[in-house]
Design a binder for this molecule. Structure first.
Ligand SMILES: [Zn+2]
Length: 331
């Protein structure tokens, strides 16, 4: 049974939102639930395993996330104190309310958070792209604002095909290095299923371990090797064509073709110089998709996440102007 909204609430209840984003990045959803930052609340929800959502992992009585997210955190950061895995759509009851996780199309295990209490309902989208993400209908919605500016609208092109073309052309001249963040590297690996079978795919150890967790949850990848394996070392020594996947922090090898896969390149492909190409492959909603989500959610209050995006204030203003909703950036 959903909890009914109390009829004897103060006027203040209707003039300011109760969900909040604190300076440390914690997203507060009612008295029991804090997400993605150090919290004093009982339930510390971790929406997904990207670094800007992994603050204060030792805090909270329980650290709540999907199983894949807990596995990824285990690989990236080590064991949590009191992990609680929660499946999508299954309620976790607490005194005065319930907590749910719902899918978010982003990296493996990513979730949105929905909290029902007697006073009302709250939700946090976490990071998401619209395709594959169900729209939630809370009273108060906290939404990410990564691409919250009106000019941040994506061209609809098939980036998978572009990327495969670049690699196939590049590999005829030199080895190809692809640089991206964790999660995106595995998305690229999955796209590389369409490369010819004779192209060896090499990955650094950490990205390799993360990819293994994806496979554990049923994601299909082509064959790939760690950069320290004999197969990979032979390939490099014999100057065979190969494509290597590296985190963004790895120093670029100027002799190889470098493809940097980033969320926003402005255009689908940007040539930085003869040997370096930037490709835009985003796992975030663009401005129009953020607008669509808010409009469909029918939420009474919108809070844009200003801890993780500089566009939060602009997005809140645009939401008020275009959709006539109450919106504010926090913190
Ligand atoms: Zn993320």
């Amino acid at each position: 049974m959903p909890y009914k909204l109390k009829l004897d609430l103060d006027l203040d209840y209707f003039t300011s939102p109760h969900a909040n984003v604190r300076k440390n990045g914690e997203v507060e959803l009612g008295p029991e639930v804090g997400c993605d930052g150090a919290t004093k609340k009982n339930y510390h929800v971790i929406t997904h395993a990207h670094a800007d959502h992994l603050g204060g992992l030792t805090t909270g009585r329980y650290q709540v996330a999907t199983k894949p997210t807990l596995d990824l955190i285990g690989t990236i950061r080590g064991e949590l104190k009191n992990p609680m895995s929660l499946d999508y759509g299954i309620p976790q009851e607490f005194d005065g309310g319930r907590l749910f996780l719902y899918p978010a199309s982003h990296i493996l295990g990513a979730s949105q958070v929905f909290v029902e209490t007697k006073e009302g309902s709250y939700a946090f989208t976490g990071d998401f792209k619209l395709k594959g993400t169900p729209v939630l209908h809370p009273d108060e919605l906290v939404i990410e604002a990564t691409y919250g500016r009106p000019e941040e609208v994506r061209e609809y092109v098939n980036v998978d095909v572009l990327l495969l073309d670049l690699v196939e052309q590049g590999i005829s001249k030199s080895p190809v290095d692809v640089y991206a963040s964790q999660g995106k590297l595995q998305e690229v690996l999955s796209i590389f299923s369409s490369l010819p079978k004779w192209v060896k795919i090499i990955m650094d150890k950490k990205s390799y371990e993360v990819a293994k967790i994806y496979e554990k949850y049923g994601i299909k990848f082509p064959k790939y090797f760690t950069s320290s394996s004999k197969d990979a070392i032979d390939e490099v020594r014999e100057k065979n064509p190969y494509v290597a996947l590296w985190p963004l922090s790895v120093r670029r090898n100027r002799k190889n073709l470098s493809i940097i896969v980033t969320g926003w390149a402005g255009k689908p492909i940007v040539y930085l110089n003869a040997n370096t190409i930037m490709v835009g492959l985003s796992d975030h909603a663009d401005f129009n998709e953020l607008l669509y989500y808010v409009d469909e959610s029918k939420a009474r209050w919108i809070i844009t996440d200003g801890h993780r995006s500089r566009s939060a204030k602009v997005l809140a203003k645009e939401l008020e102007k275009r959709l006539h909703v109450k919106a504010t950036a926090r913190p």
